[in-house]
Design a protein around this ligand. Structure first.
Ligand code: NDP
Ligand code: 2IT
Length: 444
């Protein structure tokens, strides 16, 4: 059996019932086959792949908190410190009832390569909890966040591990966590990113993932003789990534006609009204039915359906495995020519293969959504020098990083004989830097 196949089998055997983690590892290892085979003896002797797929540390802890009725609730807390070869662990915290160890491991594993692609000194990590912020009062969210940090504070720090937002974790949650960390440690340091602007946050971090996604799409289209202006775009999700992807797509002259949340989706042929979407989701924390109620041109549908709408470009920005083979077939049949992932692993492997085989320009999340974590790293830089940069300065650095990421993965794909396969390009380019750093640092 080849080294890659052996390591994949080991991952499945040693990590039972973690299908998302298996999926993320399989996609990366498949892409790396050609690189590994060229240097198999050395990698095998150093057990480089075994070390790469095994987190350096996994923290699992109890998070007890008291709800508004005086009832004690208990959630599971997780932090997976996956790989620190190129910098302190860096990655978000997901708060969603579906969170389990396998999901956090898939996200942490992806984060290693994503963070490497940014070109910035950040290692890979991820965390979260099965706590559901939906329908909770501010006080309940604060009680949860304080309890979560009361355990996690021992393991994080500005030079050790720097968590941030992800699904269910936004500015409110980061604020409560930062306050509790500062209180316990007596340290005012950049231990979290995505902070509010009044206490060390970076301008443009809120917009960064969505804006970065569009900067990368713009470059990918340009390098393939296409232009985003005048195109119809389908976006899923209605959270942080989806909102700012919609805003930037519109600024670049495209028309975004869809959004979705966990209960339904919107088709708005006149183009999504971003101000209204923000009001419904960021301020009221309400369902998309409220968007439809306030906007004549919008149709609301229950369930899933964004990918059935005719579009030129599709940007999945909600969650993992939300775009399957059936969806991919509809997108191709409808003339869609580009798919770029705003979410982490939103496209199933079968769908990815189908899109690639049908000549769709396909960019994987670890490259196209890297603008969020890249700007988090810029927030860390600003915190270290105790200065803050202007919006324009951060935004222009973000754009430079996204353009650079696209060229790095494009060149890596070409170098290894897989021109246009941006999945392989991203995995290879991300891997090579981490592998070199791991090798240089010896067996640790
Ligand atoms: P948010 O919590 O702000 O928004 C998530 C959106 O997706 C919401 O509209 C939510 O619906 C919807 N959603 C979440 N889970 C499901 C589900 N299981 N089924 C259907 N819809 C769902 O999260 P973000 O926008 O921050 O994150 C979206 C994706 O982007 C995730 O994959 C995340 O890992 C990834 N990402 C985020 C980054 C960031 O900086 N925030 C950076 C890079 C990647 P509802 O409104 O009903 O809750
Ligand atoms: O998936 C991701 O890259 C994020 N949720 C952002 C992580 C970060 O540290 O900003």
């Amino acid at each position: 059996m080849s080294y890659v196949d052996e390591v994949y089998s080991m991952v499945v055997e040693k990590n039972p019932a973690q299908p998302e983690f298996h999926q993320a590892v399989k996609e990366v290892l498949e892409s790396l086959r050609v690189v590994i085979e060229a240097n198999e003896e050395a990698y095998r002797k150093d057990a480089l792949l075994e070390r790469l797929v095994t987190p350096e540390r996994q923290l699992l802890f109890r998070v007890p908190w008291v709800d508004d009725k005086g009832q004690v609730q208990v959630n599971n807390g997780f932090r997976v410190q996956f790989n620190s070869a190129i910098g302190p662990y860096k990655g978000g915290l997901r708060l969603h009832p579906s969170v389990n160890l396998g999901i956090i491991k898939f996200l942490g594993f992806e984060q290693i390569f994503k963070n490497s692609l940014t070109g910035l000194p950040i290692g890979g990590g991820k965390g979260g909890s099965d706590f559901d912020p939906k329908g909770k009062s501010d006080r309940e969210v604060m009680a949860f966040c304080q309890s979560f940090i009361t355990e996690l504070y021992k393991y994080i720090g500005a030079d050790t591990d720097v968590p941030a937002g992800d699904i269910g974790t936004g500015a409110r949650e980061i604020g409560y966590m930062f306050g509790q960390y500062k209180r316990i440690r007596g340290l005012y340091e950049g231990v979290l990113t995505g902070k509010g602007l009044s206490y060390g946050g970076s301008l443009a971090r809120t917009e960064a993932t969505g804006y970065g996604l569009l900067y990368l799409v713009e470059e990918m289209l340009k390098c393939n003789g296409k232009d985003i202006a005048g195109k119809t775009v389908a976006i899923s999700g209605a959270g942080n990534v989806a909102i700012y992807a919609t805003q930037k797509a519109q600024q670049l002259g495209a028309k975004v006609v869809t959004c979705s949340d966990s209960t339904g989706w919107i088709y708005d042929p006149e183009g999504i009204d971003v101000a209204l979407l923000k009001e419904v989701k960021e301020v009221k924390r309400a369902r998309l039915t409220e968007y439809a109620a306030a906007r004549k041109s919008a149709e609301y549908h229950e369930g899933k359906g964004v990918w059935s709408v005719k579009c030129d470009i599709a940007l999945p920005c909600a969650t993992q495995n939300e775009l399957n083979l059936e969806d991919a077939k509809i997108l191709v049949a409808n003339g869609c020519f580009a798919v770029a992932e705003g979410a982490n692993m939103p496209t199933t492997m079968e769908a990815t293969e189908y899109l690639q085989k049908n000549g769709i320009l396909f960019c994987p999340g670890k490259a196209s959504n890297a603008g969020g974590v890249a700007t988090s790293a810029l927030e860390m830089s600003q915190n270290s020098e105790r200065l803050s940069w202007t919006f324009e300065e951060v935004d222009s650095k973000l754009k430079g990083i996204m353009v650079n990421i696209f060229h790095n993965l494009d060149e890596a794909a070409k170098k290894y004989g897989m021109e246009g396969n941006y999945v392989a390009g991203a995995n290879i380019a991300g891997f090579l830097k981490v592998a070199e750093a791991m090798t240089a640092q010896g067996i640790v």
